[in-house]
Design a protein around this ligand. Structure first.
Ligand code: SAH
Length: 732
């Protein structure tokens, strides 16, 4: 134990003593981090104070700051410590902490002090794991099969990418469950992934449902239905149900015969009613339209029906139980902190109800204990309230004994003409290899200045490293083959009118069977039919304005007649000429464009150009505040064009109104990013790759449908890095 400058105690291992040239006595120390000294900071307040983190960080200190000797035990993170054992040492460590990518990694080297005694010591129990040990698939095709739960799934951008990428690394990742409270997002997901059980309750109700389902399974799976009593289940309907079709089966007035139970939920599917477990009843003699949701308490006479439902439901895995899920992924919404949201709560984002979904996400992880976790979020979580949300998410994983690693990823680096920066957090059970982050394949310069604490989290090549990168993509690469459409296009389907012109277009137009090796038979697309290639229709006035925006690079409202731009870069009305008035009576140059960003912005009515990378596809292409006009057509980008910028294959279709479709696409994780991460996860699931935070994707990974990808390029020999002294001002 060593005393720091401000009186705090720090823990380290003394490596050597030495005397300096000016005759001072020093020692070299290798530090252990206390939880609150890691990136988790005060978010680790509730952690076990005896748990410290191994590190390779060393530095030299004067001998007089040594305070006392403490006992530190290395234990296996697979072990859960019981209290009586903890009394035998002052501290223990089971993971290494590394500042790069905020990594918490299980120590893999020599067996731990406690692992060897685990079997005999009553103070230890093993952390459950779903891992079967050998990486052998049941189907025999892939080397390992994993099942996925996508929380806050949206239309499935993230999970679609993850499944594609895992397949390329020989791991069959199957999305078995998805959850999203938005109806249209669920419809899209189901259309494209017909084998997935898609649920719609709010995430907090979903967790309550999982817990209730576990209880039901425990109660009914081990019991046999009583053969003696009648299998006739009678119940009265809780819902106001006026029906005069009472028949002989209705034993008492208001009682009906239950044919079978067909669904389960927690809460209430309609807005009325109390929260609680509900079962959907199909009534004998009635059609499915007459099915009703009933609180489970009112079905106490229907034990056989419940029994049948639970047994069948468990067999077909309608809901996951702990141990059923290998991978949980998701993008819990953080509307309260997004840079686009002006009403965010700057000081304490964790109090903002809209941000609490990260907590629910982690609660679900805690309940299901998957092998791998992947959480996505906006980069603002690294900025607001001193990154408390990011620290909180890491802290939850580490407290659950998961390994963790956080990286900032730019979508354009994986072969898209869109920059789009996002944060990803890996979690891995201590028995698994912690997935790495895939290094970029395309030369997009990541111009981003992270807050100092997250300076070493950006997934990119070092400036001085050789970069084996392909040229960055531009808009033309992604959309030049799409048919011209007008601002009033109403067709949801149309034929392509050109063959693909670029590698990207050939890839994005590949059928599902080529892209993922088989077809799920979901979206059932007709060959050569293009879907969702329509924009939202501009108002009459906006259309008239857009027609006057020149078809040239950088054009925007400033190019309209009657606008002058001063030396101060502010756009103003030209007082020398008469204002042009549209037939509707509104001005050609609207006030809101001149007022936007105090007249300094070039975004209102901005045209994109063929040689550009789009900053970020957002949930609605609003031409009043963003550059979203097609380079040479008088309209905003279509749904399909936005989908292409997000890397959705052309076979992927979207449901709902035009607005709802844009929204799903703008909310999504860009598919190629998910794909690259899925590949990295697949390798980790097979125990491949080294312990470093980054890995190199195979050559031609981005636009290749070939499942027999070449082996990853061998990593360049690591240069011997000097042990870098992390700037810790602990010690004088
Ligand atoms: N990861 C997705 C996008 C997620 S966007 C993709 O890659 O496509 C966040 C989603 O969370 C939205 O679709 C929204 O409908 C959903 N959502 C928001 N609050 C929710 C809640 N409480 N429970 C379930 N879903 C929620």
């Amino acid at each position: 134990m060593l005393q720091g400058q401000e009186g705090q105690m720090h823990i380290g291992k003394i490596v050597e003593f030495f005397r300096s040239t000016d005759e001072e006595d020093y020692f070299r120390v290798q530090w252990f981090y206390k939880a609150e000294d890691t990136i988790m900071k005060e978010q680790a307040a509730s952690h076990d104070t005896k748990r410290v983190f191994y590190s390779t960080v060393m530095n030299d200190n004067p001998i007089d700051c040594i305070s006392s000797k403490v006992n530190i035990m290395k234990i296996s993170p697979k072990i859960v410590l019981k209290r009586q054992l903890c009394q035998k040492f002052d501290f223990y460590f089971d993971m290494e902490y590394c500042v790069e990518y905020s990594t918490f990694r299980a120590l893999t080297s020599a067996p731990s002090d406690l692992e060897t005694t685990a079997a005999t010591d009553g103070g230890i129990s093993a952390l459950p794991s779903n891992i079967s040990g050998e990486s052998v698939s049941k189907s025999g095709n892939c080397k390992r099969e994993l099942v996925l739960l996508d929380l806050f799934s949206g239309c499935g951008g993230m999970s679609t990418g993850l499944c594609m990428g895992s397949k390329l690394s020989d791991v069959d990742l199957v999305m078995r469950w998805a959850l999203d409270s938005n109806k249209y997002a669920r419809e899209s997901l189901k259309l494209n992934h017909p084998g997935t059980q898609v649920r719609g309750e709010p995430a907090e109700d979903f967790l309550a449902l999982l817990k209730e389902w576990e209880k039901l399974c425990k109660k009914y799976m081990d019991t046999v239905p009583e053969k003696t009593h009648s299998r006739r289940s009678m119940a009265s309907k809780a819902e106001n149900w006026n029906d005069d079709r009472l028949n002989e089966a209705d034993v008492a007035a208001g009682e009906f015969e239950v044919s079978k139970i067909v669904d389960i939920c927690f809460g209430h599917p309609s807005s009325s009613g109390n929260h609680g477990l509900k079962l959907k009843v199909h009534w004998k003699g009635y059609s499915v339209n007459d099915d009703t949701w009933e609180p489970i308490e009112s079905l106490s006479n229907c034990q056989d029906s419940i029994h049948d439902f639970v047994r069948n439901g468990r067999k077909s895995k309608i809901l996951p139980l702990p141990g059923d899920v290998d991978v949980v992924c998701g993008g819990p919404p953080c509307q309260g902190i997004s840079g686009y949201n002006r009403f965010r709560n700057f000081d304490s984002p964790l109090d903002d109800e809209r941000n609490q979904q990260i907590g629910v996400f982690m609660d679900i992880v805690q309940f299901l204990k998957p092998n791998f976790v992947l959480m996505e979020n906006v980069v603002d979580i690294l900025r607001f309230d001193k990154a408390s949300l990011a620290r909180y998410a890491l802290s939850r994983l580490v407290q659950m004994k998961y390994q963790a690693r956080l990286g900032t990823v730019a979508a354009g680096c994986y072969g898209l003409p869109q920059f789009r920066l996002r944060v990803f957090l890996w979690g891995a059970h201590p028995c698994e290899k912690l997935p790495q982050f895939p290094l970029p394949t395309h030369d997009v310069v990541v111009r981003y200045w992270p807050p100092p604490a997250f300076e070493r989290n950006t997934v990119a090549y070092d400036e001085d490293q050789p970069r084996p990168l392909e040229k960055a993509l531009v808009l033309e690469d992604a959309i030049s083959d799409l048919p011209a459409v007008s601002s009033n296009e109403h067709r949801d389907e149309m034929p392509y009118d050109k063959p693909p012109e670029t590698e990207f277009q050939r890839f994005i137009r590949s059928p599902e069977s080529e892209m993922i090796g088989h077809s799920k038979g979901g979206a059932r697309i007709a060959k050569d039919v293009l879907y969702d290639h329509r924009p939202y229709s501009l108002s009459e006035e906006d259309y008239a304005r857009v027609c006057q925006i020149p078809k040239k690079k950088g054009a925007n409202f400033r190019d309209l007649p009657g606008v002058v731009v001063g030396a101060d870069n502010v756009a103003r009305r030209d007082q020398k000429i008469e204002q042009v008035i549209l037939p509707s009576g509104k001005p050609l140059v609207p006030d809101f464009a001149l007022k936007f960003s105090q007249g300094k912005s070039r975004r209102p009515y901005g045209r994109l150009w063929w040689d550009e990378t789009v900053p970020t596809v957002v949930t609605y292409p609003d031409l009043h505040s963003q550059a979203v006009l097609h380079p040479d057509q008088d309209r905003v980008l279509t749904i399909r064009e936005c989908a292409r910028l997000q890397g959705f294959p052309d076979y992927y279709r979207f449901c709902g109104s035009v607005k709802a479709r844009y929204r799903q696409i703008g909310n999504a994780v860009a598919v190629p990013v998910g794909r690259a991460l899925g590949y990295a996860m697949g390798l980790a699931a097979l125990g491949l790759g080294d312990d470093g935070p980054l890995m190199t994707l195979p050559k031609k990974f981005s636009h290749s449908t070939n499942l027999q990808l070449s082996e990853p390029e061998p990593e360049p020999e690591p240069e011997l890095e000097p042990v870098e002294a992390v700037p810790i001002d602990w010690i004088s």
